[in-house]
Design a protein around this ligand. Structure first.
Ligand SMILES: Nc1ncnc2c1ncn2[C@@H]1O[C@H](COP(=O)(O)OP(=O)(O)OP(=O)(O)O)[C@@H](O)[C@H]1O
Length: 301
């Protein structure tokens, strides 16, 4: 008997270059042992509907065709159940998929064939789940700007415009980690589970998604030299060694945002919360990763 896979498909993710029918054809071809049940997201109450569809279909595998926001939706919907998840990167940036070594749709088929199942931590931020990155500051502003314009494929481009950090003023945040309180000034304050953005920028080069910890990264480049060094370090993977960045590794952290800076989680805007509480949830999900994911983890240890 064929195994059943629930394919959650977001029709508006990314550039819409692959149509739903084309995907199903590919799925039949590449993974003949699975029978796919497709659930298309609508943008309204999707988490509740995905859970209902899951209960109806009882799949052996859930594939997520979309970007980080769609993965977040599925994670919120299925946080109480144990089922293998696999991302089919159809978003515009696909930062989380890239952290798992899944850069293309082909990589996703391969990950399913190899079935390399990996526990992945989640960060509970207030009532939300973050699997990839959340941040205060200029990136959250970019995400907000993007949501108000047409053409989602522009996101990758906008997200790569790191230069905007240069003109941003630093803001003060109050961090409370292990009972110790400190103030940091930063142009961008990141809460990171993954290691890289969809552009390949390594914001959290020592970040591992299965170590029961997350990182807070405060970026505050002040001069043109700082900015250039920081940008190069993001591609070399040694951002932690730069003076303009400060990294805190933790299991829980309370962040006060007295200047009411914009906040985003996995590409979804969250307004300007005055305080967030972030807490790691170790091995919250089981994801299929590519072989490259294991290789990358070895390099970092
Ligand atoms: N049918 C739909 N119509 C409108 N919005 C939708 C629909 N389905 C899902 N959404 C919304 O799409 C968003 C998620 O998009 P997602 O992040 O996956 O794509 P992306 O922004 O192109 O990718 P990435 O995060 O990788 O840049 C969520 O806010 C979700 O509510």
């Amino acid at each position: 008997m064929r195994k059943v896979c629930l394919f959650v498909y977001n029709p508006i993710s990314g550039d819409n270059t692959i149509e739903r029918e084309e995907l199903i054809e590919k799925l039949d071809l590449k993974l003949p042992e699975y029978e796919a049940q497709v659930f298309e997201t609508t943008g309204e109450d999707d988490a509740i509907k995905i859970k209902m569809e899951f209960d109806r279909v009882r799949p052996d595998l859930v594939m997520i065709g979309g970007g980080d926001g769609t993965v977040k939706l599925v994670a919120m919907a299925l946080k109480e159940v144990e089922v293998p998840l696999c991302i089919v990167p159809l978003g515009s940036a696909n930062g989380l998929a890239k952290c798992m070594g899944i850069n293309t749709v082909e990589d996703a088929w391969e990950a399913i064939r190899n079935f390399n199942l990996h526990p992945i931590d989640a960060i509970r931020i207030n009532d939300e789940i973050c699997l990839h990155m959340a941040d205060f500051g200029f990136n959250a502003n970019l995400v907000k700007k993007f949501e108000s314009v047409d053409g989602r494929g522009m996101l990758a481009y906008i997200k790569s415009s790191l230069s905007e950090i240069f003109t941003t003023e630093p803001k003060v945040y109050r961090l409370n980690i292990d009972g110790q309180s400190r103030e940091v000034a930063a142009k961008m304050l990141v809460i990171a589970n993954g290691d890289q953005y969809g552009t390949g920028a390594l914001i959290n080069c020592r970040g591992k998604m299965d170590d029961g910890k997350f990182e807070i990264i405060a970026l505050n480049p002040e001069s043109a030299k700082d900015y250039i060094r920081m940008t190069l370090a993001m591609f070399k993977g040694d951002l932690e060694e730069q003076n303009s960045s400060n990294v805190f590794r933790c299991e829980t952290c309370e962040i006060e945002n007295p200047e009411e800076v914009e906040f985003q989680i996995d590409g979804e805007t969250m307004g300007k919360p005055s305080k967030v509480i972030a807490k790691i949830e170790k091995a919250a999900f089981q994801f299929l990763t590519s072989k490259q994911y294991a290789a990358c983890q070895k390099d970092l240890s």
